[in-house]
Design a protein around this ligand. Structure first.
Ligand SMILES: *Cc1c(COP(=O)(O)O)cnc(C)c1O
Length: 382
């Protein structure tokens, strides 16, 4: 069986987890800080906060940025529901903006039109998603955000190690915090770095970093510098309403070990994408092209577009190839429909959904398996 995505657990990973099991701390131990430090360094951000999963990371980002009943937040419909749900958790409203069909990323021209058409202050933030691993041009998003007073949460779950080159010629790694206020990552097994469950927020803003640390553990602090009173060594204060969104030390140990192979995995993904591109070049199979000198695609997903998508999906399954569809547009999901979002309102996202299919893409996918996938896709598409 060939799935669309799969983790790679090495002997080194197993040894790291075994060692963590023998430490004094199964959670809240030293591996958390080590993972945070190394991950922050990997993406080039000042601070990182490890969390239970990517969804918890999104939730805390929304809380830290004070999303509430009055907030209206812009995002893309072509993403995992969690990118939008975090706004709803805090009582806010989501405004979906259609995609650019050339990239399947949120269309920044449409974002600008929306902002222009409404009084300033209508929207409080934007959540761009580096969908598939293709980095959003956050420099452009920042310009709009500054003009209209928005914060930015970059959903970089698909893009650890990806980057774009900005107008000054500088490399901007996803999650580096130079343009976005906060960025989030997931360590679900299908993502680049697997912890089982896990997430990370990265930022360059100390004020948000402090808030996030408090929110992660019930809003409780024991830090003597922050306490309002101090009754003794046992004393703690709950200063805000927080959650238990911690990542256990055992999983952080796995994360540290996986991170060491992140670049290797990224290169493997690039190689697979290059082979797929070459194979589909002169066929009816459409794939996304991008300027390679300006963008490093992290290839969480390799998405093709074909007319008879369901036919191809079913055909591949009969050959034990489990392709997947990313994503059903969020605004068309039954829960969002029940909130009043309507089908037909975002035609590009909806038509993209009719044709898209994610082919197997993970570092341990062998050349023979790649060839088999290519053969079966071309066989079906004629
Ligand atoms: C995986 C993912 C999430 C959620 O991460 P979890 O760790 O599964 O909670 C959010 N956004 C995107 C784009 C994702 O791919």
């Amino acid at each position: 069986m060939i799935p669309y995505g799969k983790q790679h657990i090495s002997e080194q990973d197993i040894a790291a987890v075994t060692a963590a099991l023998q430490h004094d701390f199964l959670t809240q131990g030293p591996k958390i800080a080590e993972f945070e430090e190394k991950f922050a360094q990997y993406v080039g951000a000042k601070y990182a906060v490890a969390l239970a999963n990517g969804t918890a990371a999104l939730h805390l980002c929304a809380l830290a940025l004070n999303v509430n009943e009055k907030s209206r937040v812009i995002t893309t419909p072509i993403t995992f529901a969690a990118s939008a749900n975090c706004v709803l958790y805090c009582g806010g409203k989501v405004e979906f903006v259609d995609i650019d069909p050339k990239t399947a990323l949120i269309d920044l021209e449409k974002v600008e039109n929306l902002l222009q058409a409404n009084p300033k202050g209508t929207f409080s933030g934007i959540i761009p998603v580096d969908f598939m691993g293709l980095p959003v041009n956050l420099e452009k998003v920042r310009t709009l955000a500054d003009e209209y007073g928005l914060w930015i949460i970059e959903d970089a779950c698909h893009a650890p190690g990806g980057y774009f080159i900005d107008s000054k010629g500088e490399k901007q790694t996803c999650g580096n915090g130079n343009y976005a206020d906060l960025a989030i990552f997931s360590f679900h097994p299908v993502k680049h770095i697997a912890c089982g469950e896990g997430g990370m927020i990265t930022t360059n803003r100390k004020d948000l970093y402090d808030k996030l640390q408090l929110l992660r553990t019930h809003g409780i602090t024991k830090n003597p510098d922050l306490l309002q009173e101090n009754h003794g060594g046992w004393y703690y204060e709950m200063q805000t309403l927080g959650y238990n969104y911690r990542l256990p030390d055992i999983l952080a140990a796995l994360g540290v070990s996986q991170l060491e192979r992140a670049d290797e995995g990224l290169e493997k993904r690039q190689e697979i994408a290059t082979r797929y591109d070459a194979a589909f070049k002169n066929s009816k199979v459409c794939f996304f092209q991008y300027p390679k000198e300006k963008i490093k695609h992290a290839y969480h997903l390799y998405v093709i577009q074909v007319e008879d998508r369901k036919g191809l999906y079913d055909y591949l399954r009969t050959h034990q190839i489990f392709a997947q569809v990313h994503y059903i547009p969020v605004h068309t999901l039954p829960y969002y429909q029940s909130l009043g979002y309507q089908k037909g309102t975002l035609p590009r996202a909806e038509s993209y959904y009719q044709t898209c299919l994610s082919l197997p893409m993970y570092p341990t996918l062998t050349e023979a398996e790649q060839d088999f996938v290519i053969e079966k896709v071309l066989e079906f598409c004629g």
